[in-house]
Design a protein around this ligand. Structure first.
Ligand code: NAD
Ligand code: DAU
Length: 363
């Protein structure tokens, strides 16, 4: 296959490429990424220079740029991850989300339609459980749950899902969609809950928990998400969507206290001292209370189940951040952009805010 991966310099995309490129020398991979603030080419050092890996800096909102990549490279499979992905940023500046997540997805679909004859190729769209909105206690998202997005981010992802599905139905394009729960693991940009809290714990800074910390998220290790994506690409059914989850719904406050315990254990610090860093801050507007994924379809049809238990996965994630302080430092002080500035044009250079004590990172 000639597999075009969008957003391959981000958290999940880089984990996917680092896994698949060495494992599948029989496939050719092209990473298409514009390199926003969320991209970090250092995440791809392991596969740089491999014969079956190439990179193109392209903005998926640029119709002509996207068309030219398809014309030149002729992919027969697209795994689409490129997106603006952070809910808080979407609240403060929704436009980029509409452009990348909706228009960008549309551009890719149209380029694929122009390149493939009807019924050929495969467009796999990586989406989120957030499209379904919020659940009551005891409920789970199934593939048939109605779409009910709450934030500009999730509304833009819901829109992109609809576009992908409609291209499948109208133009007989082979499409598949995965709707995954919250990912965690190494190399996640520290604007997201888990890496932000680990970083603050290591620096003894306040841990900003939105509201009372009672919101529930279903956590999945990023490597399990990548295996699920690959299983769908290889063995899924066209036109279908698959929910992917960790079978691990947890309240945010419990995740944060677990991190306090793990960092205390790893650094020989007093756990109570770390727990005292928790501060409850103003809630996120439109904050969905509970996400929990019923992942039985992908388990039954494709045999995909999470391989990593949350507490082990979280312990190894804490270890990774502890052992990769240079990576953390470069991302927090902004120097991770230097290489991009020197070698590529840069669309966005924002790093995380230095003041994460009150409302989380400022976009
Ligand atoms: P990320 O923010 O870490 O990475 C996004 C990547 O997309 C970056 O490399 C960025 O440069 C690139 N990108 C952004 N705008 C672009 C544009 N206009 N043109 C080309 N490239 C562009 O995101 P992530 O956490 O790795 O998420 C990847 C995908 O998975 C997203 O579609 C997201 O909605 C979805 N998802 C994420 C999670 C999660 O917990 N992180 C869960 C479910 C689904
Ligand atoms: O559910 C899948 C989604 O998970 C993905 O589609 C998104 O791309 C990804 O960013 C993630 O969205 P969330 O909003 O759930 O993730 P985040 O890490 O931003 O927040 C997780 C929870 O923690 C959420 O309830 C908000 C809360 N939170 C977050 C931050 C950054 C805090 O309490 N304090 C914080 O500082």
């Amino acid at each position: 296959m000639r597999i075009l991966v969008t957003g391959g310099a981000g958290f999940i995309g880089s984990t996917l490429l680092n896994t698949l490129v060495p494992r599948h020398p029989e496939h050719q991979f092209l990473n298409v990424d514009v390199l926003t603030y969320a991209a970090n080419p250092a995440n791809l050092a392991v596969i740089e220079g491999r014969e079956n890996y190439e990179f193109e800096q392209v903005d998926i909102t640029d119709e002509a740029g996207v068309r030219s990549v398809f014309d030149k490279w002729r992919p027969n499979c697209v795994i689409h991850l490129a997106a603006e992905s952070h809910v808080d940023r979407s609240i403060h500046g929704p436009r980029a989300f509409m452009l990348t997540n909706i228009l960008g997805t549309f551009n890719l679909l149209e380029a694929a339609r122009a390149t493939w004859t009807e019924g050929e190729g495969l467009f796999h769209h990586v989406s989120t459980d957030e499209v379904y909105g919020s659940l009551a206690d005891g409920e789970f998202f199934s593939e048939d749950s109605p779409y009910d997005p709450s934030s500009p981010y999730s509304a833009s992802k819901a829109s992109s899902d609809h576009l992908v599905r409609s291209h499948g139905r109208t133009y007989n394009m082979p499409i598949r969609i995965s709707n995954c729960s919250n990912n965690y693991g190494p190399m996640q940009f520290p604007e997201k809950l888990i890496p932000l809290m680990i970083g603050n714990l290591l620096k003894r800074r306040p841990l900003p928990v939105y509201g009372r910390g009672l919101n529930v998220r279903d956590w999945l290790h990023v490597s399990d998400h990548c295996e699920a994506i690959w299983a769908i690409v290889q063995h899924g059914t066209n036109g279908e969507s698959y929910n992917v989850g960790g079978n691990c719904p947890m309240r945010n406050i419990d995740v944060v206290y677990t991190l306090c315990a793990l960092v205390a254990e790893a650094t020989g610090t007093d756990e109570d001292e770390l727990r005292s860093l928790v501060c409850f801050v103003e809630d996120r507007p439109g904050h969905d209370l509970r996400y929990a994924v019923d992942a039985s379809k992908i388990a039954q049809e494709l045999g995909v189940v999470p391989s990593r238990d949350f507490s082990d996965g979280l312990r190894s994630t804490v270890q990774w951040y502890l052992q990769n302080q240079e990576w953390v430092q470069a991302v927090t002080d902004g120097s991770y952009r230097d290489w991009i500035e020197q070698n590529y044009s840069s669309r966005a250079t924002a790093t995380i805010s230095k003041d994460t004590s009150k409302n989380g990172p400022t976009p």
